[in-house]
Design a protein around this ligand. Structure first.
Ligand code: NAD
Length: 314
């Protein structure tokens, strides 16, 4: 990819897993790291540069400042803060929204005119905040949404049906959080519907699929319980989105986008929906024929997200 420049804001676990995957997959030409902790960003850039001798391409990696966003094709926000003792969710929400607001202001002051990708949590709410504060068109602000949850789902289904993960086509939609749901009615293995696949297999039933959903929904809790944070999977998910953008792929992925009425739920929210991604960002949202149960679940997710936005006055 020529002229591909990415700026990462937040060089913690998620930001650096993304950076490491970018370097190993030779995804972009230029990479700039920004963190409120400047020394951390400098140290991370040094460390990554020392791996370039073994990377698949020549790259320019450095720690930088917001002025580096001016000619970046993509800026990815992975900065985050954790809940403080005694702090409510709404407090955390408004603190994170404040951080994203100030980061986006600095990005836009540089003259940035590319695509913004938000991974910081709660990702749907923060993507909406980034969109509002940036003044960019909705097509150019994307949240990582349910792409990671979907990758987890595909992995679990693959294990059950014993078919390569890449042949599992199924989405988790809605909030990247507890109200997310599986769109089973559109799930396919290869070109075969998951219903038909299960009908051909005596040893598994739809109950097993429900167990998968719970496993996927609670995956982050399970990982955090054991290793305090999740980052490899999201890092690779962000690389996947990056490739779709810089390669102008028109690839479909479940990311957080503004619902412009394709789906029958609250419109003024960013929410995980399947979208076509290319060099311009979100080309369009793909409309899936949800069944009644799935429609209700999507409505529920959208209402939760709108309530969260209302609570921080967005
Ligand atoms: P972390 O604490 O390891 O890193 C956060 C980094 O952000 C730190 O280096 C910190 O110095 C930096 N930072 C904080 N405020 C900043 C500011 N104002 N400007 C610039 N940098 C700032 O956290 P992490 O594990 O990397 O997680 C980062 C975020 O990603 C969290 O919100 C987390 O919940 C989220 N996350 C999202 C997904 C997803 O699927 N979208 C998955 C996992 C984690």
């Amino acid at each position: 990819m020529q002229n591909s420049k990415v700026v990462i804001v937040g060089t913690g676990f998620v930001g650096m897993s993304y950076a490491y995957a970018l370097v190993n997959q030779g995804t972009v030409e230029k990479l700039v790291l920004i963190d409120i902790d400047k020394e951390k960003a400098i140290g991370e850039a040094m460390d990554l540069n020392h791996g370039l001798a073994f990377a698949p391409r020549k790259m320019n990696i450095k720690a930088g400042s917001y002025s580096d966003c001016k000619d970046a094709g993509l800026v990815v926000i992975t900065a985050g803060v954790n809940q403080k003792d005694g702090e409510t969710r709404t407090h955390l929400l408004s603190r994170n929204a404040g951080i994203v607001k100030s980061i986006v202001k600095d990005i836009m002051n540089s003259g940035f005119n590319g695509i913004l990708l938000v991974a910081s949590n709660p990702v749907d709410v923060l993507a909406y905040v980034a969109w509002k504060e940036s003044g960019l068109d909705k097509s150019r602000v994307i949240g990582s949404g349910t792409i990671l949850d979907t990758a987890r789902l595909r992995y679990e289904i693959s294990n059950i049906v014993k078919i390569d993960t890449r042949n599992v086509h199924a989405y988790i939609l809605g909030e990247h959080g507890d109200s997310e749901f599986v769109c089973w009615s559109s799930a396919n293995i290869g070109a075969k519907s998951i219903n038909d696949v299960l009908n051909d297999m005596d040893e598994i039933s739809f109950n097993d699929l429900d167990k998968i959903y719970v496993k996927v929904r609670d995956a982050a809790y399970e990982i955090i319980k054991r290793k305090k944070a999740t980052y490899w999977g999201v890092g690779m998910s962000l690389v996947r989105i990056t490739k779709a953008i810089f390669n102008n792929e028109n690839s479909i992925m479940p990311v957080s986008v503004l619902n412009t009425g394709e789906y029958n739920c609250e419109k003024d929210v960013y929410i995980g929906l399947p979208a076509v991604i290319n060099r311009k960002g979100v080309h369009h949202i793909v409309k899936l024929p949800l069944n009644a149960d799935e429609t209700n679940k999507l409505k529920n997710s959208a209402t939760i997200l709108r309530n969260n936005l209302d609570s921080i006055k967005y």
